[in-house]
Design a binder for this molecule. Structure first.
Ligand SMILES: C[S@@+](CC[C@H](N)C(=O)[O-])C[C@H]1O[C@@H](n2cnc3c(N)ncnc32)[C@H](O)[C@@H]1O
Length: 211
C-alpha cells in the first residue's frame, strides 16, 4: 500500500473515532484485537496501563458493560469519562507500587491487563525499543500479581532486540501467545501487539528472566 493510501487509512480511523465519540484512533486497534482474540470478557475486570487519553478504556468499558470495571491508569491526567464503569488513576508505572495501587481500587482478581504504554518517542529505534520494553516488563510484573489464573494480557511492543526474549517469558506464563498488528496500526510504525491468553499463575521476574 502506498504511503498516500496509508495516510488515508489513518484518517479513516481518526474520523471514525471522532464520529463515534472515541478519544483516540487507537480505540480501533483494541477493537480489532478483541474481535480476533476475545481477550476481554463481558462483566470483566480490566486494567488499562498507559490509558490516556482513554480510547482503549472506552472500548474496554463497552465490552465489559455495566457489570464490569475498567481501571484506566496513566502518568498523565485522564479527563473524566461519561461511562460510569471506568476508574481513573494518575500514576507513573515506574514507581514501585503499581500492583498495590491497582489492588487498592479493585475487589478481586483482574481478568485482562491491557498495556498500550509508550513514552515520548525519540526517533532512535533502539532507545525507544529499550524504554518501551522496560515498561512492558513492569506491566508484566504487575500482571503476575493482579491477574487471575486464566486471565489475559495484551501489550504494545516496539520491534527490536528484546522481542524474542520477551516472547520467551510470556510463553512460560500463558498458554497461548500470538503477535498481532491491527490494520488500525500505522504500517510504518514499529509497534506490534503481544496477545497472551490464559495465565498459568507463574510469578516470574521478567527483568531477571530477560537479562
Ligand atoms: C499511545 S498512548 C495510549 C493511548 C490509549 N491506548 C488510548 O487509546 O487512548 C501511551 C500512553 O502511555 C503513557 N505513559 C508513558 N509512560 C508512562 C508511565 N511511566 N506510566 C504511566 N503511563 C505512561 C503516556 O502518557 C500515554 O498516554
Amino acid at each position: 500500500m502506498s504511503s498516500f493510501q496509508d495516510e488515508r487509512k489513518k484518517d479513516q480511523f481518526f474520523l471514525k473515532a471522532k464520529r463515534e465519540g472515541f478519544r483516540s484512533r487507537a480505540s480501533y486497534k483494541l477493537a480489532q484485537i478483541q474481535d480476533h482474540f476475545k481477550i476481554i470478557p463481558h462483566g470483566g475486570l480490566v486494567v488499562d496501563l498507559g490509558a490516556a487519553p482513554g480510547g482503549w478504556s472506552q472500548m474496554a468499558s463497552d465490552v465489559v458493560g455495566n457489570g464490569g470495571v475498567v481501571i484506566a491508569l496513566d502518568i498523565k491526567d485522564i479527563a473524566p469519562f461519561r461511562r460510569k464503569n471506568i476508574i481513573r488513576l494518575k500514576y507513573d508505572m515506574r514507581e514501585e507500587k503499581l500492583a498495590e495501587i491497582i489492588h487498592e481500587h479493585i475487589d478481586g482478581e483482574v481478568d485482562t491487563v491491557l498495556c498500550d504504554v509508550a513514552g515520548d518517542v525519540t526517533g532512535n529505534w533502539t532507545l525507544d525499543h529499550n524504554r518501551q520494553i522496560y515498561l512492558v516488563q513492569l506491566a508484566l510484573t504487575a500482571s503476575f500479581r493482579i491477574l487471575r489464573e486464566g486471565g489475559n494480557f495484551v501489550s504494545k511492543v516496539f520491534q527490536g532486540e528484546y522481542v524474542n526474549k520477551l516472547e520467551e517469558v510470556v510463553k512460560k506464563c500463558f498458554e497461548e501467545v500470538s503477535w498481532y498488528k491491527p490494520t488500525a496500526s500505522r504500517k510504518k510504525s514499529a509497534e506490534v501487539y503481544i496477545v497472551a491468553k490464559r495465565y498459568n499463575g507463574k510469578k516470574l521476574d521478567p527483568i531477571e528472566e530477560m537479562e
